[in-house]
Design a protein around this ligand. Sequence first.
Ligand SMILES: [Fe+2]
Length: 164
Amino acid sequence: MKTPLWNSSNDQPKATRTAMIELLNQQLADALDLGLQSKQAHWNVKGPAFIALHELFDDAAATISKFADEIAERTVALGGFAQGTVQTIAEGTRLTAYPLHILTGYEHVQALAAALAHYAESTRTAIETATKTGDAGTADLFTGISRDIDDLLWKVEAHAATKS
Ligand SMILES: [Fe+2]
């Protein structure tokens, strides 16, 4: 979604910043949805691994909230407007809607792992796009997020791992 700019003195070309702002806002919508999905899992999970998963899903939400904040703030640092309202999340997210009535640890692990894997993939694409567009700072931000997401996906998936 295109948004206007404010008169920042950031020296990068306007076309670069506009492209990055659009990319950042897309990743922000997905990240905010992902954070809410982690909270949904945190609140509703049940079963023998309750306490481990309850705490893991809350840690995931905290990590996601931290980098969503960094994405939003880079959007503004580049001269854009961060779009983090409920309406922009609902309109912009590319994640599958989190199931409302799943219950067991296994179900929540599967649902959240799928969302994390989707976000990991789009983050890797975002690194590539930022690199090709010539914004090393945004590429670096997404690179750090990519490592965080890989780490979270491992910790969630470890609860349902089998030999492949
Ligand atoms: Fe809580």
